[in-house]
Design a protein around this ligand. Structure first.
Ligand code: 6R9
Length: 652
């Protein structure tokens, strides 16, 4: 990026105060900010008391070998005990932990007492398969309860798991098995997606033919779809229902040191070798538990929580498995897609289980906008009291739609910024405290230190833009990149000395609130101005005929880059509509100024996305610059790119 900071183009004046009853009964009030500001480490030491420690920590942070952190280093605890057993011991065994809803409509309600038995049996089975503390276990599963049970069983044994998205290819799985040197793979015959069984086991079989995966000695297979033709490797493959079911349902958890590795999760990494992000035990669990309690105002006795993410994404790790369960929450786990068998499936689930807190991604909200307001209107969504967003900047118009059509124009929206690397939420409004602004993650959570700096690492004044940085260590921070300390230093700690570089562009508004502007690699340079992709996309989405937009800068001899926008239309608009493209260009110019007016606008049917719903602008840039496409393995649907490329020659 050039020296000039990001233009502060978008102005947002709308404000929504917390509902009075929520504010009056909120788990966390404004006092938390003051307490954490006065004594940040004392604040986190207090939050660590949310957990049950076998040996309580006496040290909070050891930063003597910065940026390699140790949190609560002399404490010992077991994560699975904290997520399961202690709730049973506290008399909550009959509380439902998981309401499972399979895509075909099959359901299971699993109480904390049953979860304790299932996790214990699975831990015993893994022990029989030779898994010991420190061994890595790859988990390649559909969204079924056994995915969560497998993670907890690994945690119980101190065996770090590496969950790989069930949708990733055999190649991606093999690379990750190899990098983590996994000894066991837990998988299923398949899962249900878009109304039909989708096999998983063949990808495991293929992955295990690749070099570097020889150390995998067992494959534990859940029978989910019951397809007949599962290839079987005698001596290596074991059915879950055969080995797990015959185990004792008792298992004594061992306490591990707070810095014992809990899991490795590979970031989707658009370039280069995927990074194995390492998270450890005590600090991670402290921050996921606290943020889940604070940001969602969770009342475990009465709330029904639902995070729509996949467990293969960090959001699923922190806000399906570890945050909610450590807090004794009741949650929904849904296997399938939002539009199977109909586009109201999610809202039907909210109504059926009386979901009170919903956590989802902007991409899903924009899809629902495109499908139409009438679909959620058919369901009773009155149980909802807090709505969350994560994964990308949420465009102000999508935020407004979410509030109005899902949240009855009353429910607070928490826009939570964080990363695989941060482990837990870092920036977010608090629903009982913050007057929210559509499109902004706004403020660092209590105990978190974040700011925006310019190229010289100077904090920018209010009203200016630059790079988001974290200026103090936090409990759930990544500890390193698995097997590559140097890459950890280079990627996150070398851009600005002593500060964690998140790789996101950001600006502060006139109130000092933070707005995320997209990945720094995506920021456009147009005639000497840095322009954020997010702001141009938000301007496009604020037009009633645009459901979704992806904006890239394409190399241009006159202006360095020219803004090129790909849009998905809604409200009956079509690419053939006379004057539509001109109308959209004029709309952006009027919203943001002439400098941000896209050179080209291309209506398309779909946008390329990662499996966690993030738009892959890099691929669109390849298209816009007529280059061959790079790596498309993390794309949800690679045929999307063929359709987009086919459009190009006829473009204006
Ligand atoms: C949790 C997760 C991290 C990147 C991050 C940023 C983007 C996530 C966001 C957001 C704006 C938000 N991001 N939440 N941008 N507002 N509320 O998504 O982790 O998959 O590692 O992605 O996602 O660009 O740097 P991960």
């Amino acid at each position: 990026m050039s020296n000039e900071s990001l233009a502060n183009l978008l102005k947002e004046e709308r404000r929504f105060a917390p509902p009075a009853d929520l504010a009056a009964n909120a788990n966390v009030t404004a006092a938390a900010y003051e307490q954490a500001a006065a004594d940040r480490l004392g604040f986190w030491a207090e939050q660590a008391e949310r957990l049950s420690w076998e040996t309580a920590p006496t040290q909070t942070l050891d930063w003597s070998n910065a940026p390699f952190a140790k949190w609560f280093a002399d404490g010992k605890l077991n994560v699975a005990y904290n997520c399961v057993d202690r709730h049973v011991e506290n008399g909550l065994g009959d509380r439902v932990a998981i309401h499972f809803e399979g895509e075909p409509g099959d359901t299971r309600a699993i109480t904390y007492a049953e979860l304790q038995r299932e996790v214990s049996k699975t831990a015993n089975a893994l022990t029989e398969l030779g898994v010991r503390s420190g061994d890595r276990v790859a988990v390649y599963m559909p969204m079924i309860p056994e995915a969560v049970i497998a993670m907890l069983a690994c945690a119980r044994l101190g065996a770090p798991h590496s969950v790989v998205f069930g949708g990733f290819s055999a190649d991606a799985l093999a690379t990750r098995i190899n990098d983590a040197d996994a000894r066991v793979v837990i998988t299923a015959d398949g899962g249900y997606r878009r109304g039909k069984p989708s096999a998983l086991k063949p990808a495991v079989d293929e992955a295990l033919t690749r070099p570097g995966t020889e150390n995998v000695r067992s494959v534990l297979v859940v029978r989910r779809t019951g397809q007949e033709d599962v290839a079987w490797h005698e001596g290596r493959d074991v059915w879950w229902h055969e080995i797990v079911e015959r185990q004792s349902d008792r298992h004594t958890p061992e306490a591990f040191e707070a810095e014992h590795p809990l899991f490795i999760l590979y970031t989707s990494g658009t370039t280069g070798k995927p990074k194995g992000i390492l998270h450890t035990t005590g600090g991670y669990l402290t921050q996921v538990s606290y943020t889940h309690h604070a940001v969602f105002d969770l009342k475990p006795e009465t709330d029904v929580f639902w995070c729509t993410a996949d467990v293969g994404w960090v959001t699923g790790h922190s806000y399906i498995t570890y945050g909610p369960l450590s807090n004794g929450a009741t949650q929904v786990l849904y296997e399938g897609t939002p539009d199977t068998p109909h586009q109201g499936r999610w809202w039907e689930i909210v109504q059926k289980y009386g979901v009170t807190i919903l956590y989802t991604a902007p991409t899903a909200i924009r899809a629902c906008m495109k499908w139409g307001d009438d679909i959620p209107a058919k369901f009773d969504l009155s149980s909802l009291r807090v709505l969350g967003s994560v994964g990308e900047p949420i465009n102000p118009e999508a935020w407004m739609w979410y509030r109005k059509h899902i949240g009855a124009d009353a429910t607070p929206i928490v826009d939570t910024w964080w990363q695989t690397e941060t482990g837990a939420m870092m920036l977010s409004p608090l629903p009982g405290v913050t007057a929210t602004k559509p499109g902004s993650a706004q403020v660092a959570l209590p105990g978190i230190a974040a700011t925006v700096v310019d190229d010289e690492a100077r904090e920018v004044p209010d009203g200016a833009g630059g790079y988001l940085v974290l200026t103090e260590p936090w409990p759930s921070m990544l500890r390193t990149i698995w097997g590559d300390d140097q890459r950890y230093l280079d990627t996150y700690w070398s851009r600005f000395e002593g500060k964690y570089f998140a790789g996101d562009g950001a600006k502060k508004d006139d109130d000092g609130d933070i707005w995320l502007l997209g990945r720094v690699d995506d920021v456009m340079l147009v005639s000497g101005h840095n322009i954020s992709t997010t702001e141009v996309e938000s301007a496009l989405v604020s037009h009633p005929k645009v459901a979704e937009a992806a904006v890239v800068g394409a190399a241009d001899p006159q202006t360095t880059q020219a803004i090129c926008a790909f849009v998905i239309l809604r409200g009956g608009a079509t690419a053939e509509d006379e004057g539509l493209v001109e109308e959209l260009r004029a709309h952006v110019a009027q919203q943001l100024g002439p400098i941000a007016k896209p050179r080209r606008i291309l209506p398309v049917a779909e946008l390329p996305k990662t499996r966690s719903g993030k738009i892959m602008r890099r691929l669109l840039r390849d298209v816009a610059e007529n280059r061959d496409l790079g790596d498309v393995t993390t794309l949800t649907d690679s045929s999307v790119m063929d359709l987009i490329q086919a459009k190009l020659p006829s473009a204006p």
